[in-house]
Design a protein around this ligand. Structure first.
Ligand SMILES: NC(=O)C1=CN([C@@H]2O[C@H](COP(=O)(O)OP(=O)(O)OC[C@H]3O[C@@H](n4cnc5c(N)ncnc54)[C@H](O)[C@@H]3O)[C@@H](O)[C@H]2O)C=CC1
Ligand SMILES: CC(C)CC(=O)C(=O)O
Ligand SMILES: [Mg+2]
Length: 372
């Protein structure tokens, strides 16, 4: 029996809907294994601006610092997306949280599930067997450099800055991951143009001597974007800077079949944070069509981080069960789609050791409340 404190930041748009399912799944895990997960929600993003004027209130940051792990839905709202002059933005909350918690490595695994191969627009033989992990630097680069408008108001700038230290700490993680996988690491950069990329190459090339078992290659990001679609199976571990990692991981979701499937872990010096790679998908808010699996798999990564590996494996089994039985939201099941809630209920039910026969799409709420 373990007792853990998990700070939950549901955020905006579909964030609260998908987070609710992951919390339900964690509750099912706690019930099944006799653990105690103290889960409390805190505002961040547009909802926090509405409530306090601050996208990352002190209370939220303090709660994250005091927690054993953080679970995040997503933030962002069209009100801000459509107003480029807004000075306070939801995304500032997320960026500051990453910086304050020292979450310098964002780990994004990409898997092609056999059962979902037909859902990808890519040719099945190209993507079958894809298994890669992207190590995206998360607290440096252009998202964090000085930004502003030129004095004459006719221009704008965003500076991209990286230090050797910032590169080395995430590169070590990526090398170690590659050493335990298929021993291949690809650095994605733009070293033919950017000085920061040349520093990344310099450091990674030097570090490679410490990991002789790992084969390192270097790929320019424009080419990498093409290779991701053309031959994704060639990749094992991709190491890249903040913005390139943000972009190529959304692209990689096409291999899995949906943005709603890809989880992530953000780790660093302090507490770790777990979140789907997708955003707040505002068009889907309140419609029950958002896929909660990315957030549920993020909860599985959270359990692994807490060294609850058996528990995490059960969550992954339950997700596989949902995938194999077509218990999927409408982007992956167009003929008889399940709602966000129903997918979450199915997975939680399976974990709480109910047989599939007892699970019923229509009365699942009643059943669940007796189990969780
Ligand atoms: N970590 C975060 O909180 C992030 C926040 N954002 C914010 O989210 C807002 C919307 O950004 P977008 O560019 O539209 O990206 P998005 O990731 O929210 O949505 C892009 C597309 O991905 C698909 N999608 C996303 N989540 C899905 C899910 N759970 N199930 C099924 N399909 C899903 C939908 O087709 C959607 O149109 C913006 O305000 C942006 O700043 C964007 C990315 C990450
Ligand atoms: C709001 C962005 C900085 C977040 C994002 O797109 C991401 O982390 O994937
Ligand atoms: Mg992104």
């Amino acid at each position: 029996m373990v007792s853990k404190k998990i700070a939950v930041l549901p955020g905006d748009g579909i964030g609260p809907e998908v987070c609710r399912q992951a919390v339900k799944v964690l509750e099912a895990v706690a019930t099944r294994f006799g653990h105690r997960f103290e889960m409390q929600s805190y505002p961040m993003g547009a909802c926090a601006i509405d409530a306090t004027g601050n996208p990352l209130p002190d209370e939220t940051l303090d709660a994250c610092r005091a927690a054993d792990a953080v679970l995040l839905g997503a933030i962002g709202d069209p009100k801000y997306d459509n107003d480029p002059s807004a000075k306070v933005r939801p995304e500032q909350g997320l960026l500051r949280l990453r910086k304050e918690l020292g979450l310098f490595a964002n780990i994004r695994p990409i898997t092609a599930y056999d059962i979902l191969l037909p859902h990808s627009p890519l040719k099945q033989d190209r993507i079958q067997g894809t298994d890669m992990v992207i190590f995206r630097e998360l607290t440096g680069g252009i998202y964090f450099g000085a930004k502003g408008r030129t004095d004459d108001g006719e221009g704008a700038y965003d500076h991209c800055v990286y230090s050797r230290h910032e590169i080395r700490r995430i590169a070590h993680m990526a090398f170690q991951s590659a050493a335990g996988r298929r021993q291949r690491l690809t650095l994605v950069d733009k070293a033919n143009v950017l000085e920061t990329s040349r520093l990344w190459r310099e450091e990674v090339r030097e570090m490679a001597h410490q990991y002789p078992e790992v084969t390192v290659d270097y790929l320019l990001v424009d080419n990498a974007a093409m290779q991701m679609i053309l031959n994704p199976k060639q990749f094992d571990v991709i190491l890249t800077e903040n913005m390139f990692g943000d972009i190529i991981s959304d692209e990689a979701s096409v291999i899995a079949g949906s943005m709603g499937l890809l989880p992530s872990a953000s780790v660093g010096a302090e507490v770790a944070l777990f979140e789907p790679i997708h955003g707040s998908y505002p068009q889907a808010k309140g419609k029950g069509i958002a896929n909660p699996i990315a957030t549920i798999l993020s909860a599985a990564m959270l359990l692994e981080h807490l060294e609850l590996n058996e528990e995490a494996a059960l969550v992954r089994e339950a997700v596989d069960e949902a995938l194999n039985n077509g218990v999927l939201t409408k982007e992956l099941n167009t003929t008889a789609p399940y709602t966000t809630e129903e997918v979450g209920n199915y997975i939680a039910f399976w974990i709480a050791d109910s047989s599939e026969k007892q699970w019923n799409k229509n009365n699942v709420e009643i059943g669940l409340s007796t189990i969780i």
